[in-house]
Design a protein around this ligand. Structure first.
Ligand code: ATP
Length: 484
C-alpha cells in the first residue's frame, strides 16, 4: 500500500512477518463475512515456506499453454509488459468477475464505476500524486544499474554487481506517466495516465451520491488499468508498468470508520480463502505506525507467500476524510453528506480495499499449481477453484472419426452457452486429459462409440481423476450441481 505515503523502508520494518489478528466485528449489513483470519501461530507453521522453483514452472506454463506472453515478443520483447493469451484472459476475467460479484453484485451498498484513464493535472495535484507519488531511486556507480532503494535487501549492496557503498544519494522518482492531449505538445495540454483507479471514485463522489440514492455507509467500486513507471518492474506480472486494479472506496460516517476498517480487512481475507487460496500462504499484515501515511489511522496488507517470499496482494486502508477534503478544497465543490436524520453535515471517511487483478491472478495460478506422481509419471494439475478455471468443461471425442464429431459438437453446443467450454479432438485421450489437467479444467466429457448407442458420456473430474458415465439428458444438471 503506497498511495502517496511517506513510507518507512522495508528493511527497517521490525516484525515484517507480524500478523494482525482481525477481530470479527458485528455484521453491519447483509454482506457480513464469515470465517477467520489466520493467526500468528498458523503463519509460523513449517508448512508455509516459499518454493523458489515454482516461479520458473509458472513462467514456463504461462508461455507454453497461452496464459501470458511477453509483449512485442516478435520484436525482441518489451520489458515488463505482458499480453494475456487465450487462457490468461479467461483466468484474469474470472478473477475480476469474482471480485465484482462479491464487491458489487452481492451487495446492496456498493455501486460500480468505470472512470477514464486519462485525467488532467488538477486531479493529481489535489490527490498529492504530483508531489509525492514517487519511489527513492539510487544508481550504482560501479555497474550503472538503477534500483528502488526501499526494495533492496541491503541498502548498501548493489544486487546487480555486489558492490558495497556504490550507490548515489537517493532521489525521488515520480512514477506517473505523462502525455499530451491533442496535437499540441505544450504544458497546457499535459495529462496523466492514472497510477491508480481510486481517484475516479473520489472525483465522482457527488455524481454517484446524487444519482444512486445511496447514503453512507456505501461504496463505489471499479476495475481497470493503471500505469506506473516502476523503477524496477519484475517478478513476471507481479510488478509491471501497466496493470489492472480492483479498488473500492467505502464512504462511512466518521464514527464508524474503525469498525468498517476491521470489517473490510476480514471480508477481503475471506474472499481469497473462499476462492481456495491456501490459508497458510495468506496473511494480513498491519502496517506499523511509522509506515502509515499521515492521513491513515490504519492500513493492512493482504500478503501471499510468493516463490520469493511474502509480498503484497492488496492494501486495506482507513484513509479518513483526506481524499474528499483535498478534492473539495481544490475544486471548490462540496464533497460531503447531509445526514437528515441527525441534522448534521459531514465529510465521510473512506475505507479502501485496493487489490491488483493481474497480481492476484498470478497468485491464484501459483497457489493452484500441483505436481503428483501417477503410474510413475508426473501429472501437473492446476487445482483452481472452478469459478476461476479458464475452461469449466472440455468436450473430447474419443477419436477424430467423422462418426463421433456430430454428437461431440451436439454436446458442445448444449453446454457452451452456460460454461466456457473447450473442444479438442486431436491426440490420444490420455494426452488430452493431461493437457486439460495442466490448465485446470474441472471436467472432461468424453464421447465414445458407445455414446452413439446409449446416449451417455464419460465425465472425468480433474482432481480425483474419477470417471462417471452420465446420460446426455442429465449432463447439464450433473455439471450445474458441481460448477458454481
Ligand atoms: P507495491 O508496494 O508492491 O509497489 P503498492 O503498495 O504501491 O504496491 P497500491 O498503491 O496499494 O500498491 O495498489 C494496490 C494494489 O495494486 C497492490 O496491492 C497491487 O496488487 C497492485 N499493484 C500496484 N502496483 C502494481 C504494479 N506495478 N504491477 C502490478 N500490480 C500492482
Amino acid at each position: 500500500m503506497r498511495r502517496c505515503a511517506a513510507r518507512r523502508p522495508q528493511w527497517e520494518v521490525a516484525g515484517w512477518y507480524r500478523l494482525v489478528v482481525v477481530r470479527q466485528v458485528a455484521p453491519l449489513n447483509s454482506g457480513a463475512s464469515s470465517g477467520s483470519v489466520p493467526v500468528a501461530s498458523d503463519l509460523m507453521s513449517d508448512t508455509a515456506s516459499p518454493d523458489p522453483e515454482l516461479f520458473d514452472k509458472i513462467v514456463n506454463l504461462s508461455k507454453r499453454r497461452g496464459f501470458v506472453f511477453q509483449s512485442a515478443e516478435i520484436y525482441g520483447g518489451f520489458r515488463s509488459t505482458y499480453d494475456y493469451g487465450p487462457l490468461g484472459v479467461l483466468l484474469l476475467r474470472n478473477v475480476k468477475d469474482a471480485w465484482w460479484r462479491s464487491m458489487v453484485q452481492e451487495r446492496h451498498d456498493v455501486v460500480g464505476l468505470d472512470a477514464s484513464i486519462l485525467s488532467p493535472p488538477q486531479v493529481w495535484q489535489a490527490s498529492g500524486h504530483l508531489a509525492n507519488f514517487s519511489d527513492p531511486l539510487v544508481d550504482c556507480t560501479n555497474c550503472n544499474a538503477r534500483h528502488r532503494l526501499d526494495k533492496l535487501d541491503d541498502p548498501n549492496v548493489c544486487p546487480s554487481c555486489g558492490a558495497t557503498g556504490s550507490f548515489t544519494e537517493a532521489r525521488e522518482f515520480n512514477l506517473m506517466f505523462k502525455t499530451h492531449a491533442g496535437p499540441v505538445t505544450e504544458t497546457a495540454a499535459e495529462v496523466y495516465l492514472r497510477p491508480e483507479t481510486a481517484q475516479g471514485m473520489f472525483i465522482n463522489f457527488a455524481n454517484v451520491l446524487n444519482t444512486s440514492r445511496k447514503k453512507p455507509p456505501f461504496g463505489i467500486a471499479q476495475i481497470g488499468k493503471s500505469f506506473r513507471n516502476e523503477i524496477t518492474p519484475g517478478n513476471f506480472v507481479f510488478r509491471t508498468r501497466e496493470f489492472e486494479q480492483m479498488e473500492m472506496e467505502f464512504f462511512v460516517p466518521p464514527a464508524e470508520s474503525q469498525q468498517w476498517y476491521e470489517y473490510w480487512c476480514q471480508a477481503r481475507m475471506d474472499w481469497y480463502l473462499d476462492l481456495g487460496m491456501s490459508p497458510d500462504k495468506l496473511m494480513l499484515r498491519a502496517h506499523d505506525e511509522d509506515e502509515l501515511s499521515h492521513y491513515s489511522s490504519g492500513t493492512s496488507d493482504v500478503e501471499y507467500l510468493f516463490p520469493w517470499g511474502w509480498d503484497e496482494l492488496e492494501g486495506i486502508a482507513n484513509r479518513g476524510d483526506f481524499d474528499l477534503t483535498q478534492h473539495a478544497n481544490a475544486s471548490g465543490e462540496k464533497l460531503d453528506f447531509f445526514d437528515q436524520a441527525n441534522n448534521e453535515r459531514y465529510v465521510p471517511h473512506v475505507i479502501e480495499p485496493a487489490a491488483g487483478a493481474t497480481r492476484t491472478a498470478m497468485a491464484f495460478l501459483m497457489d493452484a499449481y500441483d505436481e503428483e506422481t501417477v503410474n510413475d509419471d508426473t501429472r501437473t494439475v492446476l487445482r483452481l477453484d472452478p469459478r476461476l478455471a479458464p475452461y469449466k468443461v472440455a468436450v473430447l471425442p474419443l477419436s477424430k472419426k467423422d462418426t463421433l464429431t456430430p454428437t461431440a459438437l451436439e454436446v458442445f453446443d448444449s453446454i457452451k452457452g452456460r460454461w466456457m467450454t473447450d473442444y479438442d479432438e486431436t491426440q490420444s485421450i490420455g494426452k488430452r486429459y493431461a493437457r486439460q489437467d495442466e490448465v485446470g479444467t474441472p471436467y472432461c466429457v468424453t464421447i465414445d462409440f458407445d455414446t452413439l448407442e446409449d446416449r451417455a458420456v464419460t465425465v472425468r473430474e480433474r482432481d480425483s481423476r474419477a470417471q462417471e458415465r452420465i446420460s446426455l439428458d442429465q449432463l447439464e444438471a450433473y455439471l450445474a450441481e458441481r460448477l458454481r
